[in-house]
Design a protein around this ligand. Sequence first.
Ligand code: URA
Length: 239
Amino acid sequence: MVVKRMRLDKFISKSTELSRKESKKILHAGEVTVNDQVIKDPGVHVDIANDDVMWVGEPLSVATGNRYILLHKPEGFECTLKAKEYPIVTELIAVPELGSLRIAGRLDVDTTGALLISDDGKWLHRVTSPKHEHAKIYELTLADAMDSEAQANAVKEVAEGILLEGDHEETKPATLEFIDETHARLTLEQGKYHQVKRMMGYFGNKVIELHRASIGHIDLEGLEKGDSRFLTPQEVEQF
Ligand code: URA
C-alpha cells in the first residue's frame, strides 16, 4: 500500500475553507489533534489516509474519491477510525479504501441513527459547521417523567440557549418538543460533545435512548439499522 504523506498545514487548508496562514493559526492555538495528540508544528507530516486529524473535535480529511454515504448506525458501534472497545461503524460499509473515509458529526456508541460519511473533507466540514446551520433532529427517551411545567420551562430555556457545564458559551437556540412525559424531539444546528445528553442533564434528567432521525434534508426512510446507501448528487449538493 502506498502511504501518502502531507504537511499538516497543507492538509488542514485542503480539507477546510482555511488558508495556509489561517491553518497555522489554529495549529498554534492548539486546536488540532493528530491521533488524539495536540500538534502545533505545521511542518509535521501526516499520513492522509490513516492519521486521525481533528479540528476542535471534528474530523478533517482530504478529498480523494468523493464518496458520500448515509449509514443507519445501530447501537454498539464506535464512530472512530480504530476500534477501542467496540467495532467501528465503517465495518458496516462495503466499499473499498475505508481508511480514507471520515464521519460528519459522531454519534455515541449507544446512539442510533443517521450518520454521514465521506472522503470529501470540505463537504464534511460544511455538513458539521454551525455556520451552515443544518438542522439535526434527535428523538430521545428520558429516564424521569417531566410534568407540563417542567416541560414548558425546558422548552423555553432550550429556545433561549443554556450554559452547559464546562462550556464558555451558551448553546445555540434550539427546538425541544415533548411527545409525552418521557419522549421528546430536539432539533439542533450545532454539534457539541455529547450535546443532547448534556442538555437533558442540565434539567436534572438522563437520556436513556437516543436516535438521530435526520441531518439537514437527509432522513433514514427505507434504510434498515446497519444498512447504508450512497447519497444522490442532488443530496450531496444541498449541503
Ligand atoms: N448528543 C449526544 O449526547 N450523543 C450523541 O450521540 C449525539 C448527540
